[in-house]
Write a protein that binds this ligand. Structure first.
Ligand SMILES: NC(=O)c1ccc[n+]([C@@H]2O[C@H](COP(=O)([O-])OP(=O)(O)OC[C@H]3O[C@@H](n4cnc5c(N)ncnc54)[C@H](O)[C@@H]3O)[C@@H](O)[C@H]2O)c1
Length: 250
């Protein structure tokens, strides 16, 4: 039996990076996947890959910072695949700046996507999950939502917010059989970290504080997200799953 057989999963920010890896792995595990992103061409390409591999997926346009966009994306996804059983709040942007270098506009923008986006996404699916008898929500935070780091002031604030928002969701919706957990990836090779890892000094710094001394592939996080999304994680809610090669262990 496939691990997500019969389930529909909406993944935000699934046009590339970790979201795309989750979309492909979830489809392999039997899920019907709603690939949601502002990048329509990227989302369609992921859907095509999934279909070519024999899976089931559809692309929907989604700007996670916009409530109306969530309503539309959820409605389109449900028209294609019915009830949404799994939500992965994955879309996010990075800003590596100190407090003094961060403008109020940059602060608002990153909060709109990384924090408000998770709130709006959760709000957009809860009623459907309640009516369907339950669901699993996985919010992608970061090691930067757990420990401090230089020059990541606003990003850290958003990821810390996601960590505790997840616990609040878990507390309020357990009675409806809805689980909510956060995932805290370390350094992962995606477009988000491409420039940082291309610079030998910052690569050395980041990997030097990672016990395993390497960055991960997106699939290594996607498999952890798969576990939380599936019924195998039936007694896990409000938890923090760290997938960081030991970055926070020292
Ligand atoms: N890469 C890492 O090392 C790392 C580490 C820890 C946490 N994370 C988190 O993991 C998540 C995925 O990161 P990634 O590295 O795969 O990033 P990525 O840049 O490769 O992909 C992010 C995706 O989100 C989409 N997106 C951006 N803004 C959006 C919006 N407003 N609405 C909808 N979609 C939007 C982009 O189009 C893109 O497809 C993010 O939340 C990120 O903060 C990444």
């Amino acid at each position: 039996m496939k691990r997500l057989q019969g389930k529909t999963a909406l993944i935000s920010g699934a046009a590339k990076g970790m979201g795309a890896a989750e979309a492909r792995i979830f489809a392999d595990e039997g899920a019907q996947v709603i690939v949601a992103d502002v990048d329509d061409a990227g989302a369609k390409a992921v859907v095509q890959d999934i279909k070519d591999a024999g899976g089931n997926a559809t692309a929907v346009h989604l700007d996670v910072s916009d409530a109306a966009s969530w309503e539309k994306a959820v409605a389109e996804g449900r028209t294609a695949f019915g009830n949404i059983n799994v939500l992965i709040n994955n879309a996010g942007i990075l800003l590596m700046k100190t407090v003094q270098d961060t403008t109020a506009e940059e602060w608002d923008k990153i909060f709109a996507i990384n924090a408000r986006g998770v709130f709006l996404g959760t709000k957009a699916v809860l009623e459907n999950m309640k009516a369907a008898g339950g669901g699993s929500i996985v919010n992608i935070s970061s090691i930067y939502g757990l420990v401090g780091a230089p020059s990541a002031a606003a990003y850290q604030a958003t990821k810390g917010a996601v960590r505790l928002f997840t616990k609040s969701t878990a507390a309020d919706y357990a009675e409806f059989n809805i689980r909510a957990n956060s995932v805290h990836p370390g350094v992962i090779r995606t477009a988000m970290t491409e420039d940082i890892l291309a610079d030998p000094t910052s690569e050395k710094e980041l990997l030097g504080t990672t016990i395993m001394q390497r960055a991960a592939q997106p699939e290594e996080v996607a498999r952890a997200v798969l576990f939380l999304a599936s019924d195998e994680a039936s007694f896990m809610t409000g938890s923090e799953m760290v997938v960081d090669g030991g970055y926070t262990a020292l």
